[in-house]
Design a protein around this ligand. Structure first.
Ligand SMILES: Nc1ncnc2c1ncn2[C@@H]1O[C@H](COP(=O)(O)OP(=O)(O)OP(=O)(O)O)[C@@H](O)[C@H]1O
Ligand SMILES: [Mg+2]
Length: 359
């Protein structure tokens, strides 16, 4: 099976005076798992509906394998779709639900049977093919919907928050499953979610949307380790933000001032006196009960509150220099025992933080 590339070129969608999608361009190479991630109302579903052909763009084009398909109706695009609701036919058993798109395409008999059984094997539901949808769990129903969307070898599979109706544990199981299915079929997947963990764990690349525009596009690690803007650093994971002013260059470090202290940012350049915004992930901060000996990027604070999550503690530390700082510490072999109002010292390596644009 050959995988197909999908391109969105300068896409714009207006509803009256409101702009739902504002000049979005992205290219998904054949076989890639791309996720559109963004807050509610950022334009994710609108982009997906335009790719599917259910929504007509105000401007811009959709291309499949470099050919413009913008004027094609949905049924001519041969894309598979999976939505949040399972939308299975309640009176049809699993096998007939999955066979439905084949019937529509005039594929019946032994050929249809083989395709249905292959699709059900993909989602590991072959043993339940005679059940009705109401005799299945939510997760199983969503897997049937997935088999139904894959049974006709779609050029591209479009998924709009397919796991959001499921409980947390099932959602986590299906994230593994979906990723494995993607690897097995090799089809191009375009996945919509507002759940950052889902996006990070499954995608080859993520496009982060804000207000109808792409804020940043990259691999999960690129986006997490090197967010370009405050919005991305804040939306994907958690970040502390340090607003400072540059002081001087020292080798590859940039020295800056914030809250009366001096700090170092690795691999950054700038001249003195400019405003700078630095993002610092909570898990990249070391916390101790006594001052560290080297004194680099160190501040003192008071532990004001904490939450225990089994694997880790989240600590809130009140500091004079930088206000409230969020720190994430593994619970196992944690260097400190959290105690109300305890004095703590926070420190981080110059390459633990990144400079971001203020948006
Ligand atoms: N049919 C419509 N008429 C008018 N405005 C619309 C229509 N569909 C979407 N919008 C608006 O376009 C913007 C983007 O909506 P969209 O459904 O694409 O967001 P989304 O990112 O999918 O959000 P969610 O995470 O809540 O599903 C929103 O401001 C929405 O109100
Ligand atoms: Mg949506």
């Amino acid at each position: 099976m050959t995988a197909h590339s999908l391109e969105v070129r300068r896409l714009r969608k207006e509803y009256g005076s409101a702009i739902a999608v504002n000049d979005v361009t992205l290219k998904v190479p054949g076989g890639q798992f791309l996720t559109l991630l963004g807050p509610s109302g950022s334009g994710k579903t609108t982009i997906l509906m335009t790719i599917a052909g259910f929504s007509t763009p105000t401007a811009g084009d959709i291309l499949l394998d470099d050919a413009i398909i913008t004027p094609l109706p949905p049924e001519k695009r041969n894309f598979g779709m999976v939505f949040q609701g399972y939308a299975l036919f309640p009176h049809l058993d699993v096998a007939h639900n999955v066979a439905f798109p084949l019937r529509v395409r005039g594929i019946t008999g032994a050929e249809a049977e083989a395709k249905v059984s292959h699709a059900l094997d993909l989602v590991q539901l072959g043993h339940l093919k005679d059940r009705l949808p109401r005799q299945l769990s939510g997760g199983q129903q969503q897997r049937v919907a997935l088999a139904r969307a894959l049974v006709f070898d779609p050029a591209v599979l479009l998924l709009d928050e397919p796991l959001s109706a499921l409980d947390k544990k099932l959602r986590a199981d299906l994230q593994w499953e979906l990723k494995a299915i993607h690897e097995r079929v090799g089809t191009t997947f375009i996945y919509v979610t507002h759940d950052q963990e889902e996006a990070l764990s499954m995608s080859d690349r993520i496009a982060i949307l804000n207000d109808g525009q792409i804020a940043q596009l990259g691999s999960p690690t690129e986006l997490y380790e090197a967010p370009a803007t405050r919005f991305v650093a804040d939306f994907l994971g958690k970040s502390n933000f340090i607003e400072g002013r540059t002081v001087r260059q020292d080798g590859s470090d940039l020295v800056y001032q914030a809250g009366g202290g001096e700090f170092r940012q690795a691999n950054s350049t700038g001249s003195g006196g400019e405003p700078i915004l630095v993002a610092l992930r909570p898990e990249k901060i070391d916390v101790r009960n006594e001052p560290p000996t080297d004194g680099l990027n160190t501040i003192e604070g008071r532990l004001s509150s904490w939450n225990y999550y089994g694997t880790n503690f989240q600590l809130r530390v009140a500091t004079d220099a930088l206000g409230d700082v969020l720190v994430n510490q593994p619970a196992f072999k944690s260097p400190i025992e959290p105690q109300q109002d305890a004095s703590v010292w926070l420190s981080w390596e110059p390459d633990a933080s990144v400079v971001v644009k203020p948006d």
